[in-house]
Design a protein around this ligand. Structure first.
Ligand code: FNR
Length: 341
């Protein structure tokens, strides 16, 4: 049997297959972070296409935590209704659904806000210089992640993902390139992981024990002085309140060019998986079913994310099942289009 179509359990969550749609910002909210028809159609289409786990795009825990003014938000109870619609429609087609809780930190480009960060260093000359967060402000952001998790639960999500990758706020604290603080939040690994630890601790107070939590990480920062996969292992092993799975990505911390190629992040996943003894979601330029199958069969990751290929082809899992000789139930409305064995 194709491993890509084997179910996978994390706590009480039973995924129907190993295909994950990673969070991908749609920058399509017309107003104040609310869900609209675009989001419903976009996510529902991938659920119809048999993606096992759909992780809804980076959703901001506070207005200042948006990348743009068109990002989705979860900073108010009013956001729950729209998010619940995404959950309900995707579940009705058999997918499991997660949401990425995010704070953009110094990479926020919301025009009427000054971004915040561990240290007042701009991402590039195109970005504003962020305000350095005080300890009170840090605690306030922790509370906002917790409130976001509470709302995600009310909306019915199966899993939450804490965005600690791509140079956004939590990643900025982890990285020596962006965190130059002299207090309890900077310097040593213990100090740099403090904020992520706090977020996980508080989120776990409101997120049920039997539901999983994912943390997305940039395992490689593509700078000699930045974090590398082995550093991430050391950082993550310091967490007291551990997540259930790591979603392994890379980059985005500094403005630099990355040499990308199919599978370029899989080696990072292997190091994180082995070093933390936790399951991983891995991917990056994965477009072919047999590439995903190889990653899983060789235990380089437990789940595979397929991002842009699912933007090109929302029914990718149906095609992958055909290629891997796996019998999958097609939506009955599309049965006449079923690929022949
Ligand atoms: C992304 N990515 C991304 N990552 C993340 O953690 N949160 C997000 O909201 C987004 N937003 C986003 C939007 C768009 C349009 C793209 C293309 C990408 C990164 C994404 O999840 C994934 O890691 C990369 O796209 C690499 O995987 P693929 O596309 O090569 O399979």
């Amino acid at each position: 049997m194709a491993k890509l179509f084997e179910p996978f359990r994390i706590k009480s969550l039973l995924l129907p297959n190993r295909i994950v749609m990673p969070p991908m910002c749609q920058y399509s909210s017309n107003q104040d972070g609310f869900v609209n028809a675009w989001h419903l159609t976009h996510y529902a289409t991938r659920a119809i296409g048999k993606v096992g786990l759909i992780i809804v795009e980076a959703t901001a825990v506070e207005p200042k935590g948006r990348i743009t003014s068109k990002d989705l938000g979860i900073w108010s109870d009013k956001h729950i209704e729209g998010l619940k619609k995404i959950v309900d429609i995707c579940k009705s087609y058999g997918a499991k659904v997660g949401i990425q809780l995010a704070h953009a930190g110094r990479k926020s480009q919301v025009t009427d806000e000054t971004p915040v960060a561990p240290s007042p260093i701009p991402f590039s000359t195109d970005y504003k210089t962020p305000n350095e967060l005080s300890v009170d402000e840090i605690n306030d952001i922790v509370e906002k992640f917790k409130n976001g998790a509470k709302r995600a639960l009310k909306a019915g999500f199966d899993i939450i993902e804490i965005h600690s990758a791509h140079g956004y706020l939590l990643n900025e604290f982890l990285s020596p390139l962006t965190n130059k603080r002299n207090d309890n939040y900077g310097g040593s690994l213990e100090n740099r992981v403090r904020l992520l630890n706090q977020v996980l601790k508080e989120v776990k107070k409101v997120w049920p024990d039997d539901k999983p939590i994912s943390v997305r990480i940039s395992a490689e920062e593509y700078d000699k002085k930045g974090n590398h996969p082995e550093d991430l292992v050391n950082i993550l092993n310091l967490l007291k309140d551990k997540p259930d799975i790591y979603h392994v990505s890379s980059g985005g911390v500094i403005n630099t060019k990355i040499n990308v190629y199919p599978g370029y992040q899989i080696k990072h996943s292997e190091i994180i998986k082995r070093g933390t003894n936790k399951p991983t979601i891995a991917g990056g330029l994965i477009t072919q079913s047999y590439m995903a199958e190889e990653i899983l069969q060789n235990k380089r990751a437990d789940l595979v994310f397929v991002g842009r290929e699912l933007l090109r082809n929302p029914y990718w899992p149906l095609q992958a099942a055909h290629e891997l000789n796996h019998e999958i139930e097609w939506p009955k409305q599309y049965e006449r289009a079923k690929l022949d064995k």
